[in-house]
Design a protein around this ligand. Structure first.
Ligand SMILES: Cc1cc2nc3c(=O)[nH]c(=O)nc-3n(C[C@H](O)[C@H](O)[C@H](O)COP(=O)(O)OP(=O)(O)OC[C@H]3O[C@@H](n4cnc5c(N)ncnc54)[C@H](O)[C@@H]3O)c2cc1C
Length: 391
């Protein structure tokens, strides 16, 4: 059986960045990814780097470090991931109470700038004047998600890391220690196994009877072909509904929902938003739904029509662009914007998953977690709460 210092499960943003940082520490690292052609939350993402979203000393520090890493990441990884700095506009609908909306965004260390209708439309002429009352502006970083993951993976390979495309179907355990993993084809042993499998992290933990607060939503979006239309900003509606539903469905009394997964829609929110990539293509979104069955079937046409109808009000010139509809699952956690650390109940097993705003938090935390696993301590990782096991 091949032996590694670390096996990382999952080649999305989290697993790829972490594998690179671990290889930089001279560890022998195997990254296992089930799909040769990516079909995960990362490649369908907007790629926004929300470095304004810190709300305590730790997350503020990570936000500042996250954006600084991104400013140099293309150079460090020796691959262009199309990093840019732009304006994120949270559009305010005419029927929303502007003061209430503004106060919902005061919890962050960078406060939004309230823009009136004229200023908003001057910044983003594609917005429909009749559908909005103004906006909240945040400074935001932006990358092409697919190119970022590829850049991390190529830099990881250059450092001697190994990527194998096999699905992990189980973890190998001896007494209270994880000793490796089993895929559909092989077994690999490792001193440390790290779960970075996005929404699938939950089922991998469940196989070990570990009930950590990692959940997922189903997200639907449309990726278009390149066009000549130019969007200058990242557009999303000023609503905290998505984060609110994530909180609701993870409250203690609701956790039983996740124990018996089914295809009932527990919560649903449409957020008319758009981002354009350097080649002129768009990601148009998005619907977020809480359905506890990870394999739930989503009605493509209904979903696509809902996204296009919502966009037609705010960004009419984008609503009927030709494009491909996608559904993916996005991990999130409860209490903290990530689940990072060793799992105390089982030696040799760690988590690096469940991120909210991963594009800002993952790069610095991957670096710190790799240092922690090498040195046995790290000032930042030592400050994180123990991974909480739910009863
Ligand atoms: C429309 C949309 C817009 C978004 N916008 C933003 C944004 O602007 N900013 C931001 O920070 N975030 C954004 N997000 C969220 C962000 O994209 C995700 O949270 C993030 O990409 C998740 O990365 P991940 O590595 O945890 O999971 P994933 O990207 O889902 O990767 C997990 C990987 O694990 C693999 N895997 C799973 N199980 C196994 C197994 N058993 N064996 C081997 N491999 C396995 C999967 O194949 C997958 O490749 C957005 C998401 C969506 C859908």
């Amino acid at each position: 059986m091949d032996n590694y210092d670390v096996v990382v499960i999952g080649g999305g943003l989290t697993g790829s960045a972490l594998s690179y940082e671990l290889a930089k520490q001279d560890l022998r690292v195997l990254l296992l990814e089930k799909d040769r052609i990516s079909d995960n939350a990362t490649i369908y993402s907007y790629g926004g780097i929300a470095y304004w979203c810190g709300s305590d000393d730790l997350t503020i520090q990570l936000c500042n470090e996250g954006i600084n890493i991104h400013r140099n990441l293309s150079a460090e990884l020796e691959a262009d991931n199309q990093f840019q700095e732009l304006n994120l506009l949270f559009t305010i609908a005419p029927n929303q109470d502007i003061k209430e909306v503004e106060s919902a965004y005061q919890q962050f260390h960078i406060k939004p700038q309230l823009l009136d209708l004229e200023t908003t439309v001057a910044l983003e002429p594609l917005l429909n004047k009749n559908a909005i009352a103004g906006s909240l502006r945040f400074p935001q970083g932006h990358v092409n998600p697919e190119k970022t993951v590829l850049a991390y993976q190529q830099a990881f390979l250059k450092l001697g890391g190994k990527i194998i495309y096999e699905k992990v179907i189980g973890l190998l355990k001896k007494d209270h220690k994880i000793t490796g993993i089993k895929t559909t084809k092989n077994s690999y042993s490792a001193e440390q196994v790290i779960i970075s499998a996005g929404a699938d992290s939950r089922s991998l933990l469940q196989q070990l009877n570990l009930n950590l607060p990692v959940y997922f939503s189903h997200a639907q979006l449309i990726k278009t072909k390149p066009t000549d239309i130019k969007l200058k900003t990242l557009i999303m509606p000023a609503t905290t509904k998505r984060l609110d539903i994530e909180k609701q469905v993870t409250q203690m009394e609701k956790t039983s929902l996740w124990e018996k997964p089914n295809d009932e829609i527990q919560a649903d929110v449409v957020e008319a938003g758009a981002i354009q990539f350097a080649d002129g293509s768009f990601c148009l979104g998005q619907i977020s739904q809480i359905i506890t069955d990870i394999n739930a079937q989503i009605e493509k046409q209904v979903s696509e029509n809902r996204i296009r109808e919502a966009l037609d009000k705010v960004l009419p010139s984008l609503a009927s662009l030709e494009g491909q509809w996608h559904n993916c699952q996005v991990a999130f956690s409860q209490g903290m914007p990530f689940q990072v650390g060793k799992i105390k109940q089982l030696e040799g097993l760690s988590m690096f998953s469940g991120f909210t705003s991963p594009f800002v938090f993952v790069p610095p935390l991957a670096k710190y977690f790799a240092e922690y696993l090498t040195d046995g301590k790290n000032d930042i990782i030592d400050r994180l709460p123990d991974l909480t096991k739910l009863s």
